[in-house]
Design a protein around this ligand. Structure first.
Ligand code: GLN
Ligand code: ZN
Length: 754
């Protein structure tokens, strides 16, 4: 069947210098014409292909490129355009962008997280239950690569099962029928590819790593049988990623030519399945052995061991080697990282470097034993240096700290704290940040560039704090905050002050649409270096008699929103962060701050894809939070905050955090969430967000009252707080004050009736 091939599942879209983002935003702002946009994006797309060709990649993905999101591409290709977009000009591209971003007439389609990554896709809406193929984008991409660059591309398409699983607008009972409706559409698409001479196509079915029912397995088998019968000659790679495949025995017998498995995330399990049940002789194993989601160079010794294990079952001739997932999740290239410490640099591999690694690994496989040893030795030198560096050998576990728990039960603490703070019923507060106005951002940028000195910058921040403490006093809020004006981002801010983090210059990854994020890199042992929030908080507290909440980002959120180390477990990293944070908590407490909020908006999103792994994750996540908050006095009130998420399944864990008060984002689905907290599991203070901060609309007193009263029907009045549903940093000043004014009025009115 020929020699071993290298393959890749997808390449980042954003460009080395985020040219893609700039082109999209230029078009939206009317600065680029449609022709200019098309021209720029075509150039970019071809340059990406060229790079992969030059890197010697054997199977180069096409159709991984998009004008916004690859799932939205499929929705429009399949004519799944919701009716509300029908007025949109008739121009296809404008309709496409209206679905992504909304317009005057129609609300945008929902956007949600792509499995357990930080990429967000546009949720398909199944208003039209009879999809048709209106355009064959994968075919165009294939022909373009072939004509322009002589590349025999491998079209990448999300498969029918996963696509429909990700869609909404249908009842579970309709799933089978809908999948049936999609089958001929996929067949038509694939037949056209086969006729054009496509050799390999990759159908992504990441849903196969989630927990599946036996009915679903039956449906998948039936779809793929139909596809095989209708398109016998096209070679299909059925691609899974992000975890071990759930029903291995069934999946490997599906009538396809190659099966793609993730041997990074889910390695142990995929390997043991491979060993236990073998692998069919007539199929290729597309083995994801390079981490497609993290930024570290591969330890070739480990890769080599992996390959030995894998090739003991599947011979080298029937192997593709590839990244574990699309490279969409990692930054593009290291070439612009001129300011990074050379040791750090030597440990990293972004997308382009990962492609180089693939050829190195191919060499490793084909090498004789002497050459092999040489490659391994060279790589080992780098890893030895890294692991022996002070970055990674300074951490001393503090066993005492790790065992810390608040000993006084929450019900006792509530009494003690009520006595101390003497807050009214339904105390009002906010989540932490106040508007990050142009002025605030400008001052921070000037300070970063050295145009504003430290003292002037601090004075500026203090001015903002003072201004907003006055506003909060005037509004008569009960618990105040300093406003987070010194922070650009809730994770980056702490990363810059803690030890163990590094920051790249250009390490951007796409989050959704044109929005990119540059996650901090946890390179070494995380440790506390200096007080991070004490000065601003103490200053704010000095201006008022009301309690000011200290404001920190929690260990799990810092971990989930960073590129984390892979040489130690996530749990260990979380504990290191927690141990650093408790020092800050203690410093705040020692400085007289008596309420401290530790935000964990990312706890829910870190939940593993397979239900059976939830408990383990939740246990260590809860433990990390407790480490970061548990040595405080009984009178110190610990708050936490989480953004909107489905809490039903994790309510016990949220309770186990043992925070005295939690505030959550609920205004968009109040009913559902309130009923979650109704179950008597939760006996702590709870602030249900009473209005949606994502919209500039000012909520009326009446509508806020409705939310409060509904909550009071199910929650004990002593436990209930009143607050907006998230931080206010994206809002304008005027609307913020007006909304909070209505919130306080509504709270006071309800309070009087209690
Ligand atoms: N304290 C943060 C803020 O108010 C919380 C942000 C969040 O939940 N994402 O901005
Ligand atoms: Zn939030």
């Amino acid at each position: 069947m020929g020699e071993i091939k290298t393959s890749s599942l997808g390449y980042p879209r954003i460009g080395e210098n985020r040219e893609w983002k700039k082109a999209l935003e230029g078009y939206w702002a009317g600065k680029l014409t449609k022709d200019e946009l098309n021209h720029q994006l075509t150039e970019l797309r071809l340059s990406f292909l060229k790079k992969q060709q030059d890197a010697g990649l054997d199977l180069i993905p096409v159709n991984d490129f998009t004008y916004y999101d690859h799932i939205l591409d499929l929705s429009t290709m399949f004519n799944l355009i919701p009716k509300r977009f029908e007025q949109t000009s008739g121009d296809e591209l404008d309709t496409y962008y209206a679905m992504a971003r909304g317009n005057k007439e129609a609300q945008a389609c929902e956007m949600t997280k792509w499995f357990n990554t930080n990429y967000h896709y546009i949720v398909p809406e199944m208003e039209n239950k009879k999809p048709t193929l209106t355009e064959n984008k994968p075919l165009k991409a294939y022909l373009e690569a072939k004509e322009k660059l002589g590349i025999e591309g491998k079209p990448v398409i999300v498969g029918p099962f996963t696509f429909l699983k990700l869609a909404k607008g249908y009842e579970p009972e309709e799933f089978a029928q809908l999948l049936d409706n999609f089958t001929p559409v996929y067949i038509e698409l694939l037949q056209e590819l086969a006729e054009a001479g496509v050799k390999w196509v990759q159908l992504d079915e990441p849903s196969l790593v989630t927990t599946l029912s036996s009915d679903e397995i039956r449906l998948i088998t039936s779809v793929y049988n139909k596809i095989r019968t209708a398109v016998p000659s096209l070679k299909i790679i059925l691609q899974t990623y992000f975890d071990a495949v759930s029903d291995y025995k069934e999946v490997i017998t599906l009538p396809v030519d190659a099966i793609g498995l993730d041997f990074v995330h889910g390695y142990e399990e995929n390997l043991s399945l491979l060993k236990e049940f073998g692998f069919p002789d007539d199929k290729i194993l597309a083995a994801g052995i390079i981490d497609g989601r993290n930024i570290w160079k591969e330890d070739l010794q480990k890769t080599n061991d992996k390959l030995e294990q894998i090739t003991a079952v599947v011979p080298v001739e029937r192997l593709f080697i590839q990244p574990s997932s699309s490279l969409l999740h990692v930054p593009v290239t290291l070439v612009h990282e001129k300011e990074l410490d050379s040791l750090v640099l030597s440990a990293l591999a972004f997308a382009d470097e990962k492609l180089e690694e693939l050829s190195t690994i191919k060499k490793l496989i084909l090498a004789n034993s002497e050459q092999k040893q040489k490659l391994l030795d060279e790589n080992k030198k780098i890893f030895d240096k890294i692991s022996q560096s002070t970055w990674r050998s300074s951490y001393q576990k503090n066993e005492q700290q790790l065992l810390a728990k608040r000993t006084t039960p929450v019900t006792e603490r509530q009494k003690i704290q009520q006595q101390k703070f003497d807050l009214p019923l339904l105390p009002t507060t906010t989540i932490g940040s106040f508007p990050q106005t142009k002025e605030v951002r400008r001052a921070r940028n000037q300070w970063r560039k050295g145009q504003l000195n430290q003292a002037d910058y601090e004075a500026f921040v203090n001015e903002q704090i003072k201004k907003w403490i006055d506003i909060q006093e005037n509004l008569d809020l009960d618990v105040l905050v300093h406003g987070e004006f010194e922070r650009n981002d809730m994770v980056e801010f702490f990363g810059e002050k803690l030890g163990g983090f590094v920051f790249t210059k250009n390490g951007w990854v796409q989050s959704y649409g044109s929005r990119c994020v540059k996650p901090p890199v946890i390179f070494g042992d995380v440790h506390f270096k200096e007080e991070m929030t004490v000065a601003e908080t103490v200053y704010a507290q000095s201006l008022t008699k009301k309690p000011v909440k200290g404001m920190l980002t929690g260990p799990v959120t810092i971990l989930n929103w960073s590129f984390e180390r892979s040489d130690i477990s996530r749990q260990e990293v979380a504990n290191q962060i927690a141990e650093a944070l408790i020092k800050e908590v203690e410093a705040l407490e020692a400085a007289g701050i008596e309420m401290i909020q530790v935000d964990e908006p990312a706890i829910r999103e870190g939940l593993p894809l397979k239900e059976r792994d939830w408990e383990y994750y939740l246990n260590w996540a809860v433990e990390a939070f407790r480490i970061s908050t548990s040595t405080v006095k009984d009178t110190t009130q610990i708050h936490t905050h989480m953004c909107y998420s489905d809490f039903r399944t994790i309510i016990q864990s949220i309770s186990d955090l043992d925070a005295d008060v939690i505030s959550i984002e609920t205004s968009r689905s109040a009913g559902e969430l309130i009923s979650t907290f109704e179950s008597n599991v939760y006996d702590k203070g709870i602030g249900l967000g009473v209005y949606d901060i994502h919209s500039p609309r000012i909520p009326s007193v009446e509508e806020i009252s409705i939310v409060i009263n509904r909550a009071l029907e199910v929650l004990p009045k002593e436990l209930f707080w009143v607050n907006p549903d998230c931080g206010l940093k994206t809002r304008g000043e005027k609307e913020t004050v007006a909304a909070l004014e209505n919130m306080v009025t509504a709270a006071k009115a309800s309070r009087e009736k209690l």
